[in-house]
Ligand binder design. Structure first.
Ligand code: PLP
Length: 293
């Protein structure tokens, strides 16, 4: 196993290195039995965590919604440092040595209570391939129409929870249809987000350069990568739009990407078996914004 695990522990500020090959999670841990917990995934380049503060803020927001304690930024940073010091070499896709870092807060057992750990792994070649070659995606209805985030706090809107069984099932379904990625839609086919990514598309016409993403506060995870892209695009003079987006908008776009912290910007070259335009120059621009962030 090439992953490195560090358990956060009140008595050890730098965390405790654990053997990923031996059992660490109790059989009655509610993170395991109910998917009851929250997490963050971050990208590390040449040992530097990208956007740590933003990710930690979202971890705190997710934990607050789920009524879990989030480890402090200091403790998370220390545990990540410990894990990186013992990690296998990062993957090399041409942008430096890349690792992914996952910070997890689980509800734990009824007796033991919540606990946290960090896992560091080299970014796999499959991620670099997706960045280079793009992916085919399918649109899949999510089956309910998410209301504005403030309406139903028990649905944990905008929280990054461990409950990803539906997202993983959507990816398996996409694969059964010959695609690699799934994009969820709401009622009326309004576009929401990828199974593990945000949707961003570009229109470049008549001197206007516009980036559009679905409304962030309508039942989707507010993506840190999408926010970084939009920040850089604004500084570069692009217009920005926040949905609503429908399949016809994606089909008419000049480029569409699935974006997330570790994959960066992966072009979608086929949507529901229809070819989409791919613009390598635009992908380089967006990837450059992310690499410089
Ligand atoms: N939406 C979902 C459902 C995700 O799982 C992810 C990332 O894992 C994202 C969006 C993108 O989030 P970020 O850009 O912060 O990695």
């Amino acid at each position: 196993m090439t992953s490195t695990v560090v358990v956060l522990d009140a008595d050890h500020p730098e965390g405790v290195l654990a053997d990923p090959g031996v059992p660490l999670v109790r059989i009655d841990d509610q993170g395991l039995t109910r998917g009851d917990g929250v997490f963050e995934t971050m990208r590390v380049v040449d040992g530097q965590v990208q956007g740590f503060a933003t990710h930690h803020q979202r971890l705190e927001a997710s934990a607050r919604l789920a009524q879990l304690p989030a480890p402090s930024a200091e403790r998370c940073r220390a545990a990540v440092r410990t894990a990186l010091a013992h990690a296998a070499p990062g993957g090399d896709g041409g942008l430096g040595a890349e690792h992914s870092v996952k910070v997890v807060v689980s509800r734990g057992t009824p007796e033991g209570g919540p606990w946290s750990w960090v896992v560091v792994s080299p970014v796999p070649e499959s991620t670099f391939r997706q960045r280079r070659e793009g992916v085919a995606a399918v649109l899949l209805p999510r089956g309910h129409d998410p209301a504005h985030d403030s309406g139903y706090p028990w649905l944990l809107p905008g929280a990054k929870t461990l409950s990803y069984a539906i997202n993983m099932a959507a990816l398996r379904h996409a694969r059964s249809l010959g695609a690699e990625e799934a994009v969820f839609t709401a009622a009326g086919r309004r576009v929401l987000e990828g199974a593990t990514s945000s949707v961003v598309c570009a229109r470049v016409r008549d001197g206007r350069r516009v980036l559009v993403t679905p409304e962030p506060s309508h039942g989707i995870l507010p993506g840190t990568t999408q926010a970084t892209i939009f920040g850089a695009a604004r500084r570069d003079g692009w217009e920005l739009g926040y949905g609503p987006l429908y399949p016809a908008d994606l089909m008419a776009a000049d480029a569409m990407w699935l974006v997330s912290s570790v994959r960066l910007a992966v072009p979608v070259h086929t949507l529901d078996q229809q070819p989409l335009p791919v613009d390598p120059e635009l992908t380089r621009l967006v990837t450059g914004w992310l690499a410089a962030a």
